[in-house]
Design a protein around this ligand. Structure first.
Ligand SMILES: Cc1ncc(COP(=O)(O)O)c(C=O)c1O
Length: 366
């Protein structure tokens, strides 16, 4: 099976973990051991942020950002429904109400007009998601947020290496939240990071990460154990160095697929609008004007032939059993996209021969 995504781990990561294990420092009480600090510093540099706070998942990163932004019961948070569940989960965990809005069908990221329409007196924050690795329209999101006094928490879990008018994720946000889950463009197994340019937020984030403590056993606020272990940080340091070459390979693979699929009338290929740099976390195509059953048949046949096709995100969150209670109205573009999209493998381990096989198989099935 050619997997949709696959971690790219080499001898360097193994050596780095071995060194940590031999050092005896596996983690530290306040969550900022030497490897964690090194990873935070190099990641902050990579995304041109003043501060980076490493945690043990992307979900923890998002949850911590909401807590640091003081999102709580009675607040509303605007977000897309066309995303991974964690984006909504953390809003509910913080005690607030998720307000699901529709997407721009061209980019699959949240529609700025829909944000404007969803704002009420209770709105505290907005969570744009850089879906599939394409940045949300962050400058417009920032302008709307400023007009209404909202905090912007960018879900950049899929966007390592993406850019928007030359700026990395987080540039227009108060917080950017990253994931290093095994499928991501770079991985630590599980893991996450929050980046911010605010000293005040960074200080709060570090506190929340470790039981609300600045010093051991002196909690000054409510916190969690969201600390990243040293082994993960050591893997992260190596993976970050390799990230540019991973991104280059993903881009090349996406270009090969786009070239081979460009004449497929029934398919809409992923776009990289002018001014946007895709991270190519997922190469997502869309079966135009089709019902879900037709898409699902193609996906099943591709999987039978050994191609790990992914379907993200079906159902969208507002139609999931737990989240239906937050549904306000139909999200037309979200629901349509969820029935038509599927993602093809472009990770760095996919060979040119495999890409040809993937493209030929799609074309044959169409
Ligand atoms: C858009 C999005 N948000 C949040 C997350 C949560 O990250 P994690 O799995 O590291 O908790 C993920 C990844 O899985 C994601 O893709």
């Amino acid at each position: 099976m050619i997997p949709t995504n696959a971690p790219q781990i080499g001898q360097e990561e193994i050596e780095a973990v071995k060194k940590v294990l031999e050092s005896g420092i596996l983690t530290t009480g306040l969550g900022a051991g030497p490897k964690v600090k090194e990873f935070e510093e190099s990641f902050a540099k990579f995304v041109v942020a003043k501060h980076a706070v490493a945690v043990n998942s992307g979900t923890a990163a998002l949850h911590m950002a909401l807590l640091a932004a003081n999102v709580r019961q009675g607040d509303e948070v605007i977000l897309p429904s066309f995303t991974f569940t964690a984006t909504a989960e953390i809003v509910v965990l913080a005690g607030a109400k998720p307000i699901f809005i529709d997407i721009n069908p061209q980019t699959y990221t949240l529609s700025p007009e829909a944000i404007e329409k969803a704002v009420t007196k209770k709105t505290k924050a907005v969570i744009p998601v850089d879906l599939y690795g394409l940045s949300a329209e962050m400058k417009i999101v920032r302008e709307i947020a400023d007009r209404h006094g909202l905090v912007v928490i960018e879900d950049a879990a899929q966007a390592h290496g993406a850019a928007y008018h030359g700026k990395p994720p987080g540039f227009y946000a108060d917080f950017a939240c990253w994931s290093f889950y095994a499928s991501k463009n770079m991985t630590t197994g599980e893991g996450g990071m929050v980046t911010t340019n605010s000293e005040e937020y960074a200080e709060k984030l570090r506190c929340i990460r470790t039981h609300g403590e600045r010093e051991k056993y002196t909690s000054v606020m409510l916190g969690h154990n969201y600390r990243m272990p040293e082994m993960e940080a050591a893997i992260g340091c190596v993976q970050l160095k390799k990230l540019p070459s991973f991104l280059e390979k993903r881009r090349r693979n996406a270009e090969i697929l786009s070239k081979r699929l460009k004449n497929a009338q029934k398919l809409e290929l992923p776009k990289e609008p002018r001014g946007f740099k895709h991270s190519w976390y997922l190469y997502t195509v869309r079966l135009k004007e089709a019902e879900a059953s037709k898409r699902d048949k193609i996906v099943a046949k591709m999987r039978e032939r050994g191609i790990g096709v992914g379907v993200y995100y079906n159902p969208p969150i507002h139609l999931m059993p737990f989240y239906r209670k937050f549904k306000r109205h139909k999200l037309i573009e979200t629901e349509k996209a969820s029935k038509q999209v599927f993602s093809l493998p472009v990770h760095p381990g996919v060979t040119t021969k495999q890409l040809k096989f993937i493209a030929d198989t799609v074309l044959g099935l169409l």
